[in-house]
Design a protein around this ligand. Structure first.
Ligand SMILES: [Fe+2]
Ligand SMILES: [Fe+2]
Length: 273
């Protein structure tokens, strides 16, 4: 049986997230015999959005596909890139008129792998299509090209994430959650052979609030006054995700393992790096 291991990393936040990614990605790759890397990059530019410079950073560090979510629209300079390239995805269930696509394929050691990015609707304000019907339509088409399909479901509610995983069970290799930035301990293989984790967790400052400085956020809870969110680059820094081992013929997941590295000694550059 031929197998591949695909590493999926949760929302990379600002300079801290980029620094830990750069420092540890090759070590993780070697330690776990990783064949391909998918990373959620929606927060890597100063905590919100992504720039073409950030895309080059991920390409330089061996990333195959960058997924995203609700923050993808923050920096308009990325819009043309989204239209012209398929290694950076936006959620597939945004209106057709928005830049970019939410599905792509890439080759690893002679095998084609599909990646789908979707966004949830529960407790999220964006006016987007139903992720379930959209996933159904995309996967029907994608199945003609490959059995190995990895879904990043960028959603808030655990219920919606579990429901999509069970809905797609047996048809895709993995459904992983992103967006909450809090890693869940529920990684498992569902009865039909789809790997699931409700959230990969985030890659950024460990003692932050989802990658942002916590003090203004606590102040907001205490006063209900508007606050400005700023990225937190203080150490320790955490890198979170999971890898999935998949049978290249059937596309079924054989194993899912969480990854979490905490680095106390990282030197973080400026946000503009
Ligand atoms: Fe995020
Ligand atoms: Fe998000």
């Amino acid at each position: 049986m031929n197998t591949l291991r695909i590493l999926m990393i949760g929302d990379v936040c600002g300079a801290a997230g980029r620094a830990i990614f750069q420092k540890h990605i090759d070590k993780i790759k070697r330690a776990h015999n990783i064949n391909a890397i998918i990373v959620n990059g929606e927060n890597c530019a100063h905590g919100r959005g992504i720039t073409t410079k950030n895309v080059r950073f991920f390409e330089h560090n061996g990333v195959d596909v960058i997924t995203s979510g609700n923050h993808i629209w923050k920096h308009k300079e990325i819009y043309p890139y989204l239209d012209e390239h398929s290694n950076l995805l936006r959620p597939a269930n945004y209106p057709a008129a928005t830049p970019g696509v939410g599905v792509t394929t890439f080759m690893v050691e002679g095998h084609r792998i599909g990646v789908v990015n979707l966004q949830g609707r529960v407790f999220m304000k964006e006016l987007i299509d139903c992720p379930f019907y959209k996933a159904d339509a995309i996967i029907n088409q994608l199945k003609e090209k490959t059995n190995m399909i990895f879904v990043d479901f960028h959603a808030e509610a655990t219920s919606e994430k579990m429901a999509l995983s069970f809905f797609l069970d047996g048809r895709v290799s993995a459904v992983v959650g992103t967006h909450t930035h809090v890693q869940t301990a529920d990684e498992r293989i569902l009865p039909g052979g789809t790997a699931h984790i409700t959230d990969l967790g985030m890659t950024g400052s460990f003692n932050s609030m989802l990658g942002m400085k916590k003090e203004p956020i606590i102040h907001n809870f205490l006063t209900a006054l508007p606050v400005r969110f700023t990225p937190d680059n203080a150490t320790p820094i955490v890198m979170s995700g999971a890898w999935i081992e998949v049978d290249t013929e059937t596309g079924k997941a054989l194993k899912i393992q969480r990854v979490m590295i905490i680095d106390n000694d990282l030197i973080v550059g400026s946000e503009d790096d």
